[in-house]
Design a protein around this ligand. Structure first.
Ligand SMILES: C[S@@+](CC[C@H](N)C(=O)[O-])C[C@H]1O[C@@H](n2cnc3c(N)ncnc32)[C@H](O)[C@@H]1O
Length: 237
């Protein structure tokens, strides 16, 4: 992708999230059939009992993961970054209600321009990475920000690899996504984008290879919901 195409793609993604921010949490709940909270808890549970002070949540959106992290890891401080002003406005509103504004700071920025040198014990990203044009570049930015032995945790949807699940996904789940989108969204394009971003996202094995090539060591991959959603837990070495 050349520079202009990348800028255009980012502009579209920002536009999509700026236009769906009000219903994002509801839609997310319906599309994940309410499982998203369980998946986020799995991320946090891995970090319990570990000495974690500083966390960066990339593509934080409306802040759900940042909030659960702050609630359960009470000795940690969290920075959430996202380039959609409307999504982070919603995140800030929720953080204020939960009285977590001292521990969660939110910044509007493209992740590409966010550097806090080797500062973070943990970097998380949930349902964000498949929006990025260059995952290798994202991992280089993570490397700049993460401490040695820090954890990178990626929660993401993947296109199913098993044939039966692929069939069910194509003929039922995708239709369900379209149905929900038609009912709830004024921006149908947003959900066409959602489906295509899952379908076009790289395979788990390719993501694993990129992580290894960027000096991350695999701790574990947790597959949930027949492997449609996975949590990649890696250590920066
Ligand atoms: C599907 S939402 C995920 C939000 C949240 N992490 C969650 O778990 O619900 C993807 C988010 O990625 C953000 N995003 C996409 N590309 C970005 C970029 N290059 N820099 C920063 N944020 C980005 C979008 O604005 C959006 O809020």
């Amino acid at each position: 992708m050349n520079k202009n195409n990348i800028k255009e793609k980012e502009r579209k993604i920002k536009y999509i999230f700026n236009s769906i921010y009000k219903k994002y949490d509801l839609i997310n709940f319906l599309l994940t059939l309410g499982f998203d909270r369980i998946w986020r808890n799995k991320v946090v549970n891995f970090l319990l009992e570990k000495k974690i002070k500083t966390i960066l949540d990339v593509a934080t959106g409306t802040g759900d993961l940042a909030i659960i992290l702050a609630e359960k890891l009470t000795k940690s401080n969290i920075i959430g970054i996202d380039f959609s002003e409307k999504m982070i406005k919603e995140a800030k509103r929720k953080i204020k209600i939960k009285k977590l504004s001292k521990r969660i700071k939110i910044f509007k920025t493209n992740y590409k321009y966010f550097i806090k040198k080797k500062y973070f014990d943990v970097i998380t990203i949930s349902f964000g990475i498949r929006n990025f044009d260059n995952i290798n570049y994202f991992l280089k930015i993570v490397k700049k920000n993460i401490k040695k032995n820090g954890y990178l945790i990626i929660l993401e949807f993947f296109y199913p690899e098993n044939n039966i699940i692929k069939f069910l996904y194509k003929f039922f789940y995708q239709k369900y996504i379209i149905f929900i989108s038609k009912i709830l969204s004024d921006n149908f394009y947003a959900y066409k984008y959602l489906i295509s971003s899952i379908n076009c996202f790289i395979k788990k094995s390719d993501l694993n290879n990129l992580l290894i090539n960027n000096n991350f060591k695999k701790i574990k991959i947790i597959n949930t919901n027949f492997g449609i959603t996975s949590i990649f837990i890696y250590k920066s070495i």
